[in-house]
Write a protein that binds this ligand. Structure first.
Ligand code: KIV
Length: 254
């Protein structure tokens, strides 16, 4: 697709129905992101998500999908300890979920792990820039790579990940110029989230683009629906109808 200059559309899913709708709509890649820690579990960060929870959600998503590539996020501490643990856990995810690939956050310090995991036949998507599993190191969710030193590091890491065998790299919340520079330099596609229009594809958290998370609206999120408003409205109408004895009507009864 990169060679054809065809942009890659990726969104997240954590459940059967959303995955089914995304696949039917023609999405290229479905990410079972560890953002499930935030949007499904209500945690502040992605850190508490366990490998077992990721496997559970990826299995459900995979069951709904016939066309899209399904990528499972490797959870915090399931691949950072060492190559052996990473291979075991990536293998477990692939075996138990039948997903197509895994995603890992980080640069030079995971390059060797990526190389070994790819070598045994597991496709790996990288993730650079703002890497939410490192939130306690960063201290905030601010844009990464705005200073030259960090921008150079992200750029070098992208080259290392490509060399290590990643088939694509997510670039999160970095300056648009850096997103463009990396996308030009790599043969593999970049998938941007807040990384500018020059990336070879784009990803958003589905709950954000559907307008389900009302109090989260960073600049990079475009809302394609207002589902929080519509859902709350539907709930209020239903409650009122029950209280007012307007639901069910006779035609809705047996
Ligand atoms: O967990 C996730 O949803 C992600 C995307 C934001 C890329 O990693």
């Amino acid at each position: 697709m990169k060679q054809r200059k065809e942009k890659i559309a990726m969104l997240t899913a954590y459940d059967f129905l959303t995955a089914k709708f995304l696949d039917a709509a023609g999405i290229d890649v479905i990410l079972v992101g560890d953002s499930l820690g935030n949007v499904i579990q209500g945690n502040e960060t992605t850190l508490p998500v366990t490998l077992e929870e990721m496997i559970y959600h990826t299995k459900i998503v995979k069951r709904a999908v016939t066309n899209a590539i399904v990528v499972a996020d490797m959870t915090f501490m399931s691949y950072q300890v060492g190559v052996k643990e990473a291979i075991t856990n990536c293998g477990k995810v692939m075996k138990e979920t039948a997903c197509d690939a895994v995603k890992m956050e980080g640069g030079d310090y995971i390059a060797e792990t990526v190389r070994r995991v790819v070598e045994i036949g597991i496709p790996v998507m990288g993730h650079l820039g703002l890497t939410p599993q490192s939130i306690n190191k960063f201290g905030s969710y601010k844009t990464r790579g705005t200073e030259k030193e960090e921008a150079d590091k992200i750029y070098k890491d992208s080259l290392l990940l490509e060399k290590a065998g990643c088939f694509a790299i997510v670039l999160e919340k970095i300056p648009e110029k850096l997103g463009a520079k990396i996308s030009r330099a790599l043969k593999i596609p970049t998938i941007g989230i807040g990384a500018g229009p020059a990336c070879d594809g784009q990803v958003l958290v589905t709950h954000d683009m559907l307008g389900l998370i009302e109090d989260f609206k960073p600049r990079f999120v475009r809302r394609y629906a207002n589902m929080a408003v519509d859902t709350k409205d539907a709930f209020r109408k239903y409650i009122k109808d029950v209280k007012d004895k307007k639901f069910p009507a006779l035609k809705e009864s047996y």
